[in-house]
Design a protein around this ligand. Structure first.
Ligand code: ADP
Length: 202
């Protein structure tokens, strides 16, 4: 199936843009949602995480202490790699399963770290980047999360920058105005993707 990867920095508006495509009936697979499911109670990655990171990342009720895990992997690249080794193959498998179960002209996959991980290029026909200035990203994430500015700045610093992300883009949606202003560019891209999807691949 024709597959569009949607990416963008934290707070750029990926979920907001994905919702606009969903309003056109486009199926959306969100790797963040899959990652959360995998680490929710009964999730397929929970036992592996407990085995590798131990009880200090688990709460007394047996659920994952996400904040504790985030602190561990944020502070230590080796720990981050270990977590990624658990999560990435499982997320990728879940994406492929979800995609195989769909019937649609094309599918949108939200992949926040598309540029950083490079693990999905073979699956994608097209890369769509949501872009906005970093100051807007920071303001939005602070408003959404209540985190302090320096914490949000650190999150941005851990991701690819705008230039690197835009270099990987086939298409760009600029999300600097109101959410309503996304409707027209999303509708145009939706038509474009439908057309591209209808052309048989070689
Ligand atoms: P991402 O998925 O890239 O992290 P979101 O779509 O969740 O970004 O958007 C981040 C925050 O900014 C959300 O609270 C969202 O409601 C808000 N937001 C997104 N786009 C706009 C916009 N154009 N105008 C105002 N607020 C926006």
């Amino acid at each position: 199936m024709f597959t569009v990867g949607l990416t963008g920095g934290i707070g750029s508006g990926k979920s907001t843009v994905a919702d606009c495509f969903a309003a056109h009936g486009v199926p959306v697979i969100d790797t963040d949602v899959i990652a959360r499911d995998l680490t929710a109670p009964g999730g397929a990655a929970l036992e592996a995480i407990r085995a590798v990171f131990g009880e200090t990342v688990m709460r007394a009720d047996g659920t994952l202490d996400r904040a504790a895990l985030r602190r561990r992997v944020f502070a230590d690249t080796g720990e981050r790699r270990r977590l990624e080794a658990i999560l990435h193959p499982r997320i990728r498998r879940a994406v492929e399963q979800a995609r195989a179960a769909l019937t649609a002209s094309y599918v949108l996959i939200v992949i926040p770290l598309l540029v950083e991980t490079d693990g999905y290029r073979d699956l994608l026909n097209r890369v769509l980047v949501v872009d906005c200035p970093e100051e807007l990203q920071i303001a939005r994430v602070m408003a959404r999360s209540g985190l302090a500015r320096d914490e949000v700045v650190a999150m941005l610093a851990a991701q690819a920058g705008r230039v690197q992300r835009l270099a990987a883009a086939d298409d760009v949606i600029v999300n600097t105005a109101s959410p309503e202003a996304l409707r027209s560019p999303v509708a145009a891209l939706h038509r474009r993707y439908q057309t591209l999807a209808s052309v048989p691949s070689p």
